[in-house]
Design a binder for this molecule. Structure first.
Ligand code: GLU
Length: 434
């Protein structure tokens, strides 16, 4: 009896689960070592500046009041106002918000933007709420965040399960709570707004287009074409759809898609626009799409293809599936989709990873254009936006690619080194108050 209990205890001993913060900190520390980052600056960048947790009540459609927990983590603002999305998802917690805020600091720095990094959201499954409930939740969250956000202080944007509609509600609530003469001057408190309400034409496709461009630049460097290349996409939301759209235009073939509801496969090809039309009449889900087979979610990443695009959540490519991935290129549309252990296996196998802070940076670059447009009272045209985005993405891609070649490091390490060095320079020039 005693022995059995002792054994049982041994077997059920808890192995600590690796969180997103473990991942981003390992990436940071490895790059910091590579560039011999000043120890004082390493201390500053290892921790977040501010962490705001708000609990707020919202009246539901049936009259009951529900309490929600919202987060905004502001990691660093050495280069400018905090910038980053708000996500509505059950996985949102303080660990995720910290890690995602840190990734934003590296992303905006790498892109050469005058921004720092922040991230936040609400721990919620939005599919369980009506549109009017989501509107009240969003407005009340904005009110609770109050002066912790602001157009020159901290500028949220869309992320997982938030959209231009969410941003319109935030902008309207924020502006409505300012003194009348200041209202319109605060439109750039959020980016990713609808284009009739201060939004930027093309912001919707900016992230996906940037992912596509990164893949195209990689193909150019490797003297190969995208024509007939096969690819799989995890997530068919704003990022997944647009990257698939642009890849298909270049002759590449979508052969597998996974969303929150299921996974589909067709080695002969899935037409992107047909799938997009289908999800509109199928409650947003890809499941049972005609001319495709359902596949087990655990084998999705192992499907035969040339390019794999995780464009959903973090921690998707891990030691459990990295050894079986067939793609030779991983383009990270999501934030943190590959964990450190998974990445090690991929790199040992010679698989190239275009890291999130480079690959999906088209979104925040588009946000920067929107912010400038609002700040200057301008309205930019779509072709102008796309051309500017192309130029910015190319500059970042080349910088990272060249650094990796010259220093003999992988693309993620190169991207982190460049991003951290820019912040280090600002601290060295400025010193630390007082
Ligand atoms: N949520 C996006 C990201 O993770 C966009 C952030 C922004 O535009 O501020 O990069």
């Amino acid at each position: 009896m005693t022995i059995a209990t002792a054994n049982l205890k041994k077997v059920t001993k808890k192995v600590p689960v690796r969180g997103m913060m473990d991942n981003v900190m390992e990436q940071f520390n490895s790059a910091a070592g590579q560039i011999n980052l000043h120890p004082n600056i390493r201390k500053i960048l290892s921790i977040t500046n501010n962490e705001i947790i708000v609990n707020f009540p919202v009246k539901m459609d049936n009259g009951d009041v529900e309490i929600f927990q919202g987060y905004r983590v502001q990691h660093n603002n050495a280069l400018g106002p905090y910038k980053g999305g708000l996500r509505y998802h059950p996985t949102v917690d303080i660990d995720a918000a910290r890690a995602l805020a840190m990734w934003m600091t590296w992303k905006t720095s790498l892109a050469g933007l005058p921004y720092g990094g922040g991230k936040g959201g609400i721990k919620i499954d939005p599919s369980k709420y009506s549109l009017s409930e989501l509107e009240r939740i969003t407005r009340r969250f904005t009110f609770a965040l109050a002066d912790n956000i602001g157009p020159e202080h901290d500028i949220p944007a869309p992320d997982v399960n938030t959209s231009s509609q969410t941003m319109a509600w935030i902008a309207d609530t924020y502006m409505s709570t300012r003194p009348p003469a200041e209202r319109t001057a605060n439109q750039h408190v959020v980016t990713g707004k609808p284009d009739g309400s201060g939004g930027l034409e093309g912001r919707d496709r900016a992230t996906g287009y940037g992912v596509y461009l990164s893949i195209k630049f990689w193909a150019d460097k490797n003297e190969t074409s995208l024509k007939d290349k096969t690819f799989i996409v995890q997530g068919f939301g704003n990022v997944g759809y647009w990257v698939a759209h642009f890849l298909e235009k270049d002759g590449a073939k979508l052969v597998g898609v996974q969303d929150a509801f299921g996974s589909i496969h067709n080695p002969k090809g899935i037409t992107v626009e047909d799938l997009f039309k289908y999800i509109k009449i199928n409650d947003g889900s890809i499941v049972d799409f005609p001319n495709s087979n359902a596949v087990d979610k655990n084998i999705f990443f192992t499907l035969d293809c040339d390019i794999c695009i995780p464009a959903a959540l973090g921690n998707q490519i891990t030691k459990d599936n990295a050894a079986k991935i067939k793609a030779t290129l991983i383009a990270e549309g999501a934030n943190g989709p590959t964990n450190v252990e998974g990445e090690k296996i991929l790199l040992e196998r010679g698989i190239t990873i275009i890291p999130d802070i480079l690959c999906n940076s088209g979104g925040v670059v588009g946000s920067y254009f929107e912010w400038l447009q609002n700040r200057n009272g301008e309205i930019w045209q779509l072709d102008e936006v796309m051309a500017k985005l192309d130029k910015k993405m190319k500059e970042s891609f080349n910088k990272v690619y060249d650094y990796a070649l010259n220093e003999g490091v992988d693309l993620r390490t190169a991207a982190f080194c460049i991003a951290i060095q820019r912040i280090e320079k600002a601290y060295i020039q400025r010193g630390i108050f007082p």
